[in-house]
Structure formats: structure tokens, C-alpha cells
Design a protein around this ligand. Structure first.
Ligand code: F6R
Length: 245
């Protein structure tokens, strides 16, 4: 793995945006694997600015998002489809038909998981996957477990994830308890992976994921095995790592 040290969130966001724009410039019809949450917002807004200036062109780019809450329709203001539209897709020149997320309203999990796996397969897999990391070490919504997931799956969110994500909802009772998430296989099969981790609340997860053993109890630890993985992290997120990486 490659560690890219950043001063702070803004610096990390710019570094991640540079990696994504380089990918799109080198291969305009690439497949980007995208994430939601707070971590990628700065990179998205930087990419929006560059797109507006004409420096990066998303007209041929395709995207697959990591995850979606079960039960939320795309027009629900807490759905990840809504998040992606409002924070990124609506402001860049991407063709909405080239953007993909799991369908949170599909009640038949087996059907939705195999549909989404086929979407990823038919696109030829992911060229560059962007990840955040949960405070419990999750990637996508692959929560700590006894075994690594493989394909897209429907997961029960842990109490700590529900807690962490309740900040986006009016109250904690409204946070869905399940999500569809891309599995470890599609994530690990991406050609390149970049993770953004910033802030002191990610320090323990970063330490456990990259200074400890590979274990499904810390899902992000599997990234240690990826041949082209870069971690972009600020000083606060690296505070426990020190110079161990
Ligand atoms: C979101 C996702 C999650 C987040 C993680 C960190 O699509 O896949 O794994 O990346 O929960 O969330 P933030 O960035 O809000 O701290």
C-alpha cells in the first residue's frame, strides 16, 4: 500500500480529487467506484470546480456507488442516490444513465444483489474505487463480521454505524437498519483503490486496518492485500500510526 500524507481535510480532498481527475483524463470512459458520507465531499466539490472550468470531462465516465439504504427511494433526501445527485452528479457533465447505485426499494435481496453484481460485471469492473472508512473499520457497508463478504449483499447495520450516521437524520429512529453494499470481491477487483481518512475519530480504525492483521473483524484490513491501494490521510487520522506505515 502507498500512504499519501495530507495536512488536513482540504489537502486530503485535493489530493484525492487529483487522483480521480487523472484517472478520468487518462481513460475518459473509465468506471469510477464512488462513496458517500462526509469524507468524499471535499473531493467532489473540487472535481465540480475543475469540471466547470473545463479541466476534467465526465461525459463518458461511468460510476457505481458502494451502497444504498434498504427502504429509501432515490428521491428520499437521506438516500445515497439523492446524496450523489445533489453533491456531485447534478453539477458535472456526467450522463445520469451512466450512474449506478443499488436500488434501496427492492425488497427481494437476492434479486437486487445479483442485479447489482451484473451491473458491475457488465461495466467490466471498476477502474478506480474511492473509499471512506467507518470508525469500526467498515468499507462500503461491509461491517465487522466473522468472514469477508463476496458479492453485493444486504447487511444489518451495526449499532455504531447507525449511531454515526444518525447525524444526517432528524432522529436516530429514522436511520434505516439495513443497507445494500457492494461486496469485498468487487471492491478488491478494482484496478486501483484510493481511501480518504481524516480526523481523529478515524485514527483507531486506520491503525487497526493497516498496522494490524488482515481480519474480517476490521473489514478495511483486506486492503493490505490490494496491489494498487493508496491511503490519503491527514495527521489526525494518522496519529496512532506514527511512522509504522
Ligand atoms: C459510504 C460508505 C461508508 C463511509 C464510511 C465513512 O458510501 O461506503 O463506508 O465511507 O461510513 O463515512 P464518513 O465519510 O461519513 O465518515
Amino acid at each position: 500500500m502507498r500512504l499519501i500524507r495530507a495536512k488536513d481535510y482540504q489537502d486530503a480532498s485535493r489530493k484525492v480529487a487529483n487522483i480521480i481527475s487523472a484517472q478520468v483524463i487518462l481513460k475518459p470512459d473509465c468506471v469510477l467506484g464512488l462513496a458517500t458520507g462526509s469524507s468524499p465531499l471535499g473531493a467532489y466539490s473540487q472535481l465540480i470546480q475543475w469540471c466547470e472550468k473545463g479541466d476534467v470531462d465526465f461525459s463518458k465516465t461511468k460510476t457505481v456507488n458502494l451502497d444504498e439504504y434498504v427502504g429509501l427511494a432515490a428521491d428520499h433526501d437521506q438516500s445515497y442516490a439523492y446524496f450523489m445527485h445533489h453533491n456531485f452528479f447534478a453539477h458535472i457533465n456526467i450522463d445520469p444513465n451512466n450512474t449506478n447505485l443499488p436500488n434501496g426499494t427492492e425488497a427481494d435481496a437476492a434479486k437486487e444483489c445479483s442485479r447489482y453484481d451484473k451491473v458491475i460485471r457488465d461495466l467490466g469492473g471498476v477502474d478506480l474505487q474511492l473509499l471512506g472508512i467507518g470508525a469500526n473499520g467498515h468499507i462500503g457497508f461491509n461491517e465487522p463480521a466473522d468472514a469477508f463478504s463476496t458479492g453485493t449483499n444486504r447487511v444489518d447495520l451495526t449499532a455504531s454505524t447507525i449511531d454515526a450516521n444518525s447525524r444526517f437524520f432528524e432522529n436516530k429512529d429514522l436511520v434505516p437498519h439495513q443497507a445494500y453494499t457492494m461486496g469485498m470481491m468487487a471492491i478488491m477487483q478494482a484496478e486501483r483503490i484510493v481511501m480518504i481518512a481524516t480526523g481523529a475519530n478515524k485514527a483507531q480504525a486506520v491503525y487497526d486496518a493497516f498496522c494490524g492483521p488482515v481480519t474480517p473483524q476490521v473489514p478495511a484490513s483486506i486492503l493490505q492485500l490490494h496491489p494498487d491501494f493508496a491511503l490519503v490521510a491527514d495527521e489526525a487520522a494518522l496519529s496512532l500510526v506514527g511512522d509504522k506505515l
